[in-house]
Ligand binder design. Structure first.
Ligand code: NIG
Ligand code: FE
Length: 411
């Protein structure tokens, strides 16, 4: 099956193969072709260029993209999209004055979601989760990382990871799984934190590895959650199973988690709402991608990740949703891109780079996703008619997407 897209007003994020990520000043460049065509064969981009070179090219289907922009689908490198129930009561409690920390301290927050998930069957968890997966695909997400971490028992963590594995098998969206057993300390381990860490290391990790349920390991390295010492124990253990770290750090406090993650060759460090010069220094020269989650800052009314400072320091930056029931009940990457421009002062070029090629890097898939490159997967967004790509983040809150193509198929 082949598809030819013609008369594309502007084809964005056109890259040679071999580019894994873009950093610093290079993030200001978004290579494009005006009045372009693009040819897909099966699930792969096989050719593209200016319209004058399209003469003689034929295909099974032709899509006319006059006045429309075509770009790669979003690569959402940080989500907790598999969860049970919701936490809208905590949302109301926060409006009425409680903080996210207050709610967690009284046993709500992650523990609230864990209790609900433990009491939800695997089938029901799958059904609840795929409704969200379908919705984010419609909103232009073509690759997604999904974390466990609302189980907090061996049985429930494995249940989550099996649901993720099933989504990966049954949906065209590219899925990468992350094991986040170290998301919070369950109530029964409140006075025996080491006991929970031991159960992650001795029970969960071996089973996750045996069933090949995750590529990555995550830890919520934060005051009141997992300390630097806890995190290091977990990363050491995960390394013996070849699980690469992607770490929740610096959401509320900066105390050395970034340097620790870099020491363990983390693929990404995510959140970074609180960031100091030592953190920036630790990231320089590393292979670790900083990831900002502006919808989380928006929803919790916490500071935005200083993305401008990160990019101006010559570093790369990726953007992701953090889709979860507590801090970000939204999987809309279009909103993330707009918010990064509006609140973090990223230019549209920087934000689109951060949400495509750099997002792909932050889940280890930039050889196949994240840009318009011959040989990469045909994962594309075709916009509605628009004056320029700046309009995408500018007219925030509107749906600008006319068509999403994943693996060469219109969804
Ligand atoms: O990334 N910060 C840790 N984990 C999630 C939120 C968890 C929750 O509140 O359910 C996050 O924001
Ligand atoms: Fe998260």
């Amino acid at each position: 099956m082949s598809t030819l897209i013609i008369n594309i007003k502007e084809l964005l994020q056109v890259r040679e193969s071999g580019i894994q990520k873009v950093s610093g000043k290079a993030m200001q460049e978004l290579p494009s072709i005006k009045n372009a065509y693009l040819l897909i064969a099966d699930d792969t981009i096989i050719d593209f260029g200016p319209m004058e070179d399209a003469k003689g090219i034929t295909a099974d289907n032709t899509i006319d993209a006059t006045d429309k922009i075509v770009l790669p689908t979003w690569c959402d490198s940080h989500t907790h999209i598999v969860y049970a129930g919701n936490r809208e009561q905590e949302f109301v409690d926060r409006i009425n004055g409680l903080s996210y920390e207050d709610i967690a301290k009284r046993g709500g927050g992650i523990l609230n979601s864990a209790e609900t998930l433990q009491n939800t069957s695997e089938e029901d968890l799958y059904k609840q989760s795929i409704a969200r997966v379908k919705a984010v695909m419609q909103m232009g997400t073509g690759a997604i990382e999904i974390k466990s971490g609302y189980g907090l028992t061996t049985e429930a963590e494995l249940k989550m990871l099996r649901v993720i594995k099933r989504i990966k098998k049954e949906f065209p969206v590219k899925v990468k799984a992350t094991f986040l057993g170290a998301h919070a300390f369950p109530k029964v381990f409140k006075e025996n934190k080491q006991g929970y860490i031991d159960s992650i290391i001795n029970e969960m990790l071996p089973q996750v590895a045996k069933e090949e349920l995750a590529h990555y390991v995550d830890v919520f390295c934060e005051k009141g959650y997992f300390s630097l010492e806890d995190t290091e124990q977990l990363l050491k253990a995960a390394k013996t199973y070849n699980l690469t770290p992607k770490i929740h750090v610096n959401q509320f406090n900066a105390f050395g988690g970034v340097a620790l993650a870099v020491k363990y060759n983390a693929l990404s460090v995510d959140h970074l709402e609180e960031l100091n010069n030592d953190d920036i220094a630790a990231l320089k020269g590393s292979n670790t991608m900083p990831v900002a989650l502006p919808s989380c800052s928006y929803f919790l009314s916490i500071p935005y990740t200083p993305g401008r400072q990160i990019i101006d320091a010559g570093l790369p930056l990726a953007l992701a949703t953090d889709y979860n029931p507590g801090s970000t009940p939204s999987g809309n990457m279009n909103f993330v891109v707009s918010t990064a421009c509006i609140k973090m002062k990223l230019t549209p070029e920087e934000a689109i780079n951060a949400a495509t090629i750099n997002g792909a890097y932050a889940m280890g898939i930039s050889n196949e996703y994240g840009s318009i490159t011959k040989g990469k997967k045909a994962n594309l967004i075709i916009t509605k008619s628009m004056p320029s790509y700046n309009y995408l983040p500018y007219a925030f809150g509107d749906n600008h997407i006319e068509q999403v193509i994943i693996n060469g198929t219109c969804i």
